[in-house]
Design a protein around this ligand. Structure first.
Ligand code: HEM
Length: 113
């Protein structure tokens, strides 16, 4: 199903412990998330990513809705499935499918596409 960006804004409160988005967003515990839908994995300047993210970005992989659905369910499993080092500083998981759809819809409102 298509996500609901307004509901996703509420879900994003869980992410705010570590991520900023919107005007003036900066890297904190995690990288800033402006433009993340369509952005190369592991590509924010000045953020020190784990190796697996950098490897995927170097392979030309970019975040899309499908990858984000899998990633937010389980970051380590996503990296393992993608065939790179499984280590991730993000261990947070969003189990509920509708919440993942909604938060991705919210992220898209800060992306060009
Ligand atoms: C990385 C999204 C919650 C910490 C990422 C990335 C995305 C993302 C898309 C990869 C970014 C990139 O490749 O540039 C989200 C969303 C969240 C969430 C949508 C809420 C639903 C959290 C929370 C924490 C966190 C709560 C901290 C407790 C991190 C860290 C990284 C990261 C540290 C970098 C991982 C590494 O390099 O090992 N997040 N995140 N995230 N996130 Fe989150």
């Amino acid at each position: 199903a298509e996500g609901d960006a307004a509901k996703g804004e509420k879900v994003f409160k869980k992410c705010k412990a570590c991520h900023q988005i919107g005007e003036g967003a900066e890297n904190k515990v995690g990288p800033q998330l402006n433009g993340v839908v369509g952005r190369a994995i592991g590509s924010v300047d000045g953020y020190k990513y784990s190796d697996g993210y950098l490897a995927l970005g170097e392979q030309g992989e970019a975040w899309d809705e499908e990858k984000l659905m899998a990633y937010l369910l389980d970051p380590k499993d996503f990296l393992k499935e993608a065939g790179v080092k499984r280590k991730s500083k993000m261990t947070f998981k969003l189990k509920k499918e509708d919440q993942r759809e909604d938060v991705i819809a919210y992220l898209k409102t800060f992306s060009a596409e």
